[in-house]
Design a protein around this ligand. Sequence first.
Ligand code: ADP
Ligand code: MG
Length: 308
Amino acid sequence: MLYRETGTAMGTVVEITVADASERKARYAIGKAMAELRRIDASMSRHSPTSDVSRINREGALRKVQVKKEVFDVIHDSVAISEASSGSFDVTVLPLVDLWGFDRERVVPNSGLIAEVLPKVGYKNLVLDQKTGSVGFAVPGMGIDLGAIAKGLAVDRAVEKIVASGVRDAIVDVGGDVRVIGARPGKNSWRIGVLHPRRSGTLLVSFDLRDTAVATSGDYERFFIADGVRYHHILDPAAGQPARGCQSVTVLAHTAAEADACATAAFVLGPEKGLAFLRARRGVRGLIVDAEGVLHWTDPAMAKTAHL
Ligand code: ADP
Ligand code: MG
C-alpha cells in the first residue's frame, strides 16, 4: 500500500510517500521523517532567531560561533561547492538576499545600494575553525543563508529516518527537492516529474528513478516582473543581481544536498559553464533550460531515459 502525508517545513510544502505492507510502520516512518525535517529547519533557518545560523549571523563578526557539527559540515561542504563553481554558489549571499527582499518588496534596488552590499558577500571571508566547529565572519555585515542547500540536506536526513524505520520504498519531496528509495510497488522505479519553467502546472519532463535525488532551481519559484524584466531569487554573487543564463536547472545526484546545491550553482554559472560544472562531478547529471527555453543535457543517455 502507498501512504502519503503532506505538511510544511523549511518554508515550503513537504510530501512524503511510503510504500509498505504495514500501515503502522509506514505512518511511524513518515512521522519520524517529518520530525527530522522540523529539527533541521530549527537549526538551519535564518528566520528562526534561535537557530545556529541566526547565532552566526548575529555574532559571527564579533567572535567565532560554535555550532552543531551538522551545521558546521553543511557550511564546510558549501564552501567546497563555492570553490568548484568559481563562487557562483555562495551561502554568504544573505546581504544581497535581504537587499532584494523577494518576500516583501517588488522594487529593483539601485546600483549604488548593490555596490555597497557586494563587499559583504564572499565565502572567502568565512572563518571556519574545524577544531572547535565554529564559524565567523572576517568582514562586518556578513551573513549566511543556507536556502540553496538546506532543503536538500533535510531530504537526505528524512530519508535516513525512513530507512532506519525499516521502510524500503519511499519518496521525500521538500519543495521540489526529492529523493527516492526503492521503487513503486510492482514497478522498478518511481516516476518523478519536473515542472516546466514557463507553463505553470505543466511538466517539462519526468524521470524513472531508484535511489536517486533530484533537485530543480528555477526563476519561476519566487520572482517579480518590473518594466518587463523578470527578477528572481537566485542571485549571481558577483553581479549582485538575479542570474540571467537559465530558466531552470534540474540535477540528479546521489544525495539531495548535492543535487540542491549543484542546481543553484549551475543556474548561476549559465548553460555552458553550468554543464561543464555538472559533468565534472562524479555521479551528477543534469538538464539545463537556458534563457531561451532550449534544453541542454549533461549526457545523451539521460535525455534518452527522460519522458518528455
Ligand atoms: P529554491 O529555494 O527555489 O529551491 P535554490 O535551491 O536555488 O531554489 O535556492 C535559492 C535560495 O538560495 C534563495 O532563495 C536564496 O536564499 C539563496 N541563494 C540565492 N542565490 C544564491 C547563490 N548564488 N548561492 C547560494 N545561495 C543562494
Ligand atoms: Mg539549490
